[in-house]
Design a protein around this ligand. Sequence first.
Ligand code: ADP
Ligand code: MG
Length: 254
Amino acid sequence: VAKPDPILVADGVVRQFGGLTAVDVDHLEVQRGTITALIGPNGAGKSTFFNLVSGFDTPTSGTWSFDGKDVSGWAAYRIARLGMVRTFQLTKALMRLTTLENVMLGATDQAGESLWRAPLRFLWAGQERENRARAEVLLERFRLTHMRDEFAGTMSGGQRKLLEMARAMMVDPSLLMLDEPMAGVNPALTQSLLGHIQALRDDGVSIVLVEHDMDVIMSISDWVVCFAEGKVIAEGRPDDIRRDRAVIDAYLGT
Ligand code: ADP
Ligand code: MG
């Protein structure tokens, strides 16, 4: 990265659960246009950090900005509307909705629906049509069109990960945060997921992902940030991080 151009900047972000400090990030930046990997042992605070900056949890202290705007303390739907969306480590597909319906939810569940509008169909019918059209395009993009009218409950783990990415893309985000997008996905689909993530980056979407597999990290990330016990203990290019003493120690638990 020649000239820093951060899309996300976090400062002094701390989250305590009782006596446990789950996250204690002094300073963290995600550069625009990159795939940034968050690595670190289980319990290091990666998912909690995602929850905090995406507005799904409230920190004990700290501030962060997205695209130059201070969004600390904003609700998740407002942050999503600005263009920063995340997926969950445990996928949140609604099993009794179809694939298409699940993807369409991305337009509303993060965008903050108001109840009074619901009966006033004339206000949203046009929007609904637009959402459906966009969802169909995303199903195509993620090769899920054949699952369009199937219940999400019938999908494989990998297909659910794709579904979650498609749903997140409904708000046309500029920053997509993926929490373990490859977990529980069979190896055949892993390559295709990686391809999708790289294609999004090439289309200008900045990506932050939590990932454990070092080969995966080496192959797709531009920058790696290593967490341990809530703190950023190292960051750098993949090749340097792989040989970093602190990173090796964190993984070996010494
Ligand atoms: P990672 O995603 O890196 O595996 P997490 O962010 O899930 O780690 O968890 C970090 C630490 O915070 C862990 O010790 C976990 O048990 C704790 N933790 C996470 N969420 C909660 C919660 N809601 N209540 C209490 N402790 C939590
Ligand atoms: Mg996690």
